[in-house]
Design a binder for this molecule. Structure first.
Ligand code: GAL
Length: 419
């Protein structure tokens, strides 16, 4: 971290003087999150140690389960019980939903003093605010639509990185013929939805993606393109290994590393697993933009602050917010997490080729208007709409439902969620 030892020591001293008996020097935070895989745990540990270096007390509340569905259930129970954690990994429209319920607190004094408006891309700044005030701080930017592959495995099967879905299917067939599982996948609804939105973008393009998965336009949802999307999902289903059901995403990533599987379609938190295992980008693993039409599916993690009482906890929230937006933290966290910084202007020299590609594509896709928010990762629609979409996608993936039926059910499910 770039926090100088002197600054930290001084901070501790001042903190002790300011709150002699009741307070931890840098305050106390309880952080509820779902970063429990190897790479994720390493990344969140950098925030914990930086916070503690400022004299703060960190209470860790991890809730295992990729994609965060279990964490959100735990959060709801805590809020209902009137005992929310002070800081929570929360994203996209979810931040607004909790803010509307009056349970978030603003950290606008810190944001204004540190000029966050100038440090963040406007698209992220607006997600972090409620009624014009910051209630959350972004930690990173993840790209969802990647393929992860082991170059030795591709070479063994004589397969090249695919650029279209037809090429993907042809490569998958070749892998299968070579005795390799074509698609590393864990059968959990959010993972199925990650495949689904990647196929929606690849086959339909960014405008179609926005119409179908952001605006929930019925013409798009019932179009022949959506039928093709479900056809491709059926193909993908034929490429997974028999033990895929319920498997955690990081275990699927491990099958890429150990040569059992060819491709994983997953966001770049998968890179965090490769990096934690000492693997090198471009050499031990490849990051390949997902096939088809161009675009960048955006997923940004952030920490929202809940209303809590007591000077010590309020101080903890301020210290944490400031730390999250510091250049040093944004760099260290993303190096471990597989993401890129949310904050603008963080030097790129320490980042690998995958992160640099992500940075370049983010800029290019922003300019080309092909940057789209992730539905599966809660950046696009309300939790209830997302839940309905995930149900249909998973039911289709795990049955012999036709693409036509899936489309019909999708329309009905979305109508239900919105009524
Ligand atoms: C995403 C989250 C990532 C990563 C992933 C798997 O929703 O944004 O940070 O944790 O889930 O757990």
């Amino acid at each position: 971290m770039r926090l100088g030892g002197h600054t930290a020591a001084l901070g501790m001293l001042l903190g002790v003087l300011a709150f002699p008996s009741v307070c931890q020097a840098g305050g106390t935070v309880e952080v509820l999150h779902w970063w429990t895989s190897g790479g994720e745990a390493k990344a969140i540990a950098t925030l914990k140690s930086a916070f503690e270096a400022q004299g703060g007390k960190w209470i860790d509340s991890p809730v295992a389960g990729g994609g965060g569905d279990a964490a959100m259930t735990a959060l709801r129970a805590r809020v209902v019980a009137g005992n929310p954690p002070s800081a929570v990994q929360l994203k996209g429209p979810n931040i607004q939903e909790w803010a509307r319920q009056g349970v978030l607190t603003d950290i606008d004094a810190v944001a204004r003093a540190e000029k966050w408006d100038e440090l963040l891309p406007p698209v992220l700044a607006s997600i972090m605010k409620f009624h014009g005030k910051y209630v959350a701080a972004p930690v990173n930017i993840h790209r969802v639509n990647w393929i992860w592959a082991n170059p030795a495995v591709l070479a063994k099967a004589g397969v090249l990185p695919p650029t279209t879905w037809d090429e993907f299917n042809a490569a998958a067939d070749k892998l299968k013929a070579a005795g390799i599982t074509p698609l590393a996948h864990g059968g959990q609804p959010w993972q199925d939805a990650t495949l689904f939105e990647t196929v929606v973008l690849g086959l339909g393009g960014a405008d179609f993606y926005r119409k179908a998965l952001v605006e929930l336009d019925e013409k798009a949802i019932t179009s022949s393109t959506m039928i093709k999307v479900f056809d491709q999902m059926r193909k993908l289903r034929s490429y997974v290994s028999p033990d895929f059901s319920g498997r955690d995403w990081n275990l699927a990533t491990a099958t890429i590393m150990n040569g059992q599987a060819g491709f994983q379609l997953m966001g770049d938190w998968a890179k965090g697993e490769f990096v934690a295992a000492g693997k090198v980008a471009g050499q031990d693993f490849l990051c390949i933009p997902a096939p088809g039409l161009p675009g960048f599916i955006l997923n940004s993690d952030s920490i929202a602050m809940f209303k809590v009482n007591g000077v010590d906890k309020l101080e903890g929230q301020k210290v944490l917010a400031s730390l999250i937006m510091s250049e040093g933290f944004q760099e260290t966290f993303s190096l471990n997490k597989g993401s890129i910084p949310a904050r603008l202007g963080v030097p790129r020299d320490k980042f690998d080729s995958c992160a640099r590609k992500s940075m370049d594509d983010l800029a290019a896709d922003t300019n080309a208007n092909t940057l789209v928010p992730s539905m599966a990762h809660e950046m696009a629609v309300s939790r209830s709409v997302r839940g309905e979409i995930l149900d249909v996608v998973t039911n289709h993936f795990n049955s012999d439902m036709s693409s036509q039926d899936a489309v019909k059910r999708l329309v009905e499910a979305i109508r239900r969620a919105r009524s």
